[in-house]
Design a protein around this ligand. Sequence first.
Ligand code: XBP
Ligand code: MG
Length: 226
Amino acid sequence: RAAALIFDVDGTLAETEELHRQAFNHAFAHHGLGWQWDRAVYKDLLRVTGGKERMRAYHGRLRNVPPLPDEDIAALHRIKTAHYAERVETGCCSLRPGVIELLAAAKARGQRLAIATTTSHGNIDALLSQALGAGWAAQFDAIVAGDDVRHKKPAPDVYLETLARLQLGAADCVAIEDSANGLIAASRAGIPVLITRSMFFADDDFSAARAVLDDLSELEKQPHAQ
Ligand code: XBP
Ligand code: MG
């Protein structure tokens, strides 16, 4: 069994990407940009990890538009993030099936828990304080977010930083991810990966994963994957 389980957040712990999409659109409307990301466009844009990076990439694909300074991207991202947290705090986004059970079972058998995500500490806290209670962070030995490292997924940085904080080798851990970008990031760090399929990434290539599940409630049937 792994000494630690390292969890991605978006798509893995909860189906948050649809809320992220709506929060981006809220920010675009607020700024009068005229941008609107539908699900098909967003699915494609999810290849670019990180909200600020995603907006920059989208702007770069448009023709005959004025430049978009970094300050504007930062302002849009602040509005997006505030709206996202407000929505998540209503309790609309529950954790995916099997997540709470897995966290409890892992703790009970002495496995350590960590988080390695592209999103921000504020967004993780909004989601998990709602779902697990105000003291949620005490359950995790390392919580590493996108802005804590130089390069976001699919670079391995966030996973390498998590391993350093856990003081564990890659082979002693299992990463739990929902996207090809996440799988690549963890694999580049040498960590075996368990995939829980999510809404936007269900048809990604997961052939490098140790196991692929529809959701984490299936883990009870595959005890060796963890
Ligand atoms: C999640 C992301 C994030 C969210 C938006 O990837 O790519 O960018 O879509 O979050 P992963 P921010 O699940 O692989 O960590 O706007 O806070 O970046
Ligand atoms: Mg994810």
